[in-house]
Design a protein around this ligand. Structure first.
Ligand SMILES: [Zn+2]
Length: 391
């Protein structure tokens, strides 16, 4: 196991580990077709470290040799009306804010293309989505939209663009500083480009002991302060920064400048403030896990059928810590491309909402409370009225 002593964000050597998860599946979104294959997914420890120089949090023992992206990767969220409403809102806001109409837009790490497709449709823009894991055929065909199945590199700077967006990708990239530098260098001398990033917020994870939001594929974790410092260090001036989706997602809008900017956003916390949140995290998470073990045992002892609603990384993160209880019968996801697959590392099969009619769960644990109303409606439509527990 190699330890990454040097901070991937500021490149200094002053990182101390503060939290460990043992034996986490190294891949949580991999498309797996059998239980055996799911259980054979490699496991490894996660060691979260805190850089005293820039406040950056990252997995100090992350294995960079694994191919995380091209072995089949299922992360499409656009099947949820709540999520659709959320990304439509983001698109409309940035279209208005930066007058993105009939412009050229690039999305780095576009996944299946949901967001860039919407940005092109709503603003009549021309788009390029870049992602090595791009899968064709999941979005409406649009002659103004093309996809390049590659990792972003400096050569892509020659593409036409007025706007670069990158959503839920940075946290999968270990060499964070180098990645930002590549983007900044690819922009060159242009000053009229706006970059827009969205990442999960580590501040919320630390404050709420959201252990299910820590999983192996997320190798880097961002707070407003550490994200701001990363962008300034790589010659971006921050135009705006805010949290959305019940404070789960952190947004940054920035523009390229020649020197290190000194503009700090109101949302940014100091390094000491963030360090304070890491101090008791292990103790607090263990208390929370003890409570969950107690509750799951009670459910199991009482013979109550318990399922998780919400597949993907959060359920893997949750079950990594609690699967030994064997209290969860099924995991449900509305993404039809996940149904029938098996959860990497855990081996439980994903079901669709309709399968619950037969199973009749007594308790549904909701991995993301943002979807609680939507899930409740879908259950009620199927004449199911289980107890709902939201994370
Ligand atoms: Zn650092």
């Amino acid at each position: 196991m190699t330890r990454h002593d040097f901070c991937p964000s500021c490149h200094e050597n002053d990182t101390e580990d503060f939290f460990k998860i043992r034996n986490a599946p190294t891949q949580s979104l991999l498309t797996v077709k059998s239980s055996d294959e799911a259980l054979a997914v490699k496991r490894d420890d996660i060691n979260l470290g805190f850089c005293s120089k820039c406040g950056f949090i990252y997995n100090t023992t992350f294995d960079t040799t694994i191919d995380y992206f091209t072995q089949g990767y299922e992360d499409q969220q656009g099947f949820s009306p709540t999520f659709k409403k959320f990304i439509t809102g983001i698109c409309n806001r940035i279209i208005d804010k930066y007058d993105l109409r009939e412009k050229d837009v690039i999305e780095i790490g576009c996944g299946k293309g949901d967001f860039i497709s919407l940005l092109c449709e709503l603003g009549n823009n021309r788009g390029t989505g870049i992602d090595p894991a791009y899968v064709p055929g999941r979005v409406q065909p649009n002659p103004s939209l093309r996809f390049i199945p590659e990792f972003y590199s400096q050569k892509h700077g020659s593409l036409p663009y007025d706007f670069i967006c990158c959503r839920h990708t940075l946290e999968h990239i270990h060499e964070t500083g180098n990645f930002l530098e590549t983007i900044r260098n690819s922009i060159g001398n242009r000053k009229d480009v706006v970059v827009f990033f969205e990442v999960p917020s580590i501040s919320r994870i630390l404050k709420k002991q959201a252990f299910w939001d820590i999983f192996y594929e997320h190798c880097t974790y961002y707070s407003p302060g550490s994200l701001g410092r990363l962008f300034r260090l790589n010659r971006f001036e921050i135009l705006d920064m805010y949290l959305e989706y019940d404070d789960q997602y952190l947004f940054i809008e920035a523009r390229p400048v020649d020197d290190v900017s000194d503009k700090i956003q109101p949302l940014e916390e100091g390094i000491d403030e963030l360090r304070e949140l890491t101090r008791n995290f292990t103790v607090e998470v263990n208390q929370r896990l003890d409570k969950w073990r107690h509750d799951l045992k009670s459910l199991k002892d009482a013979g109550r059928k318990t399922v998780i609603w919400g597949g993907g990384s959060k359920s893997v993160g949750f079950l990594t810590n609690l699967d030994e209880m064997k209290a969860i019968d099924h995991v449900v996801d509305i993404n039809p491309h996940m149904q029938g697959n098996y959860i990497p590392g855990i081996g439980i099969r994903y079901l669709g909402p309709y399968d619950l009619v037969k199973h009749k769960p007594d308790v549904v644990i909701i991995m993301n409370s943002v979807y609680k109303d939507e899930i409740n409606r879908m259950l009620n439509e199927r004449n199911l009225y289980p107890e709902l527990v939201g994370l």
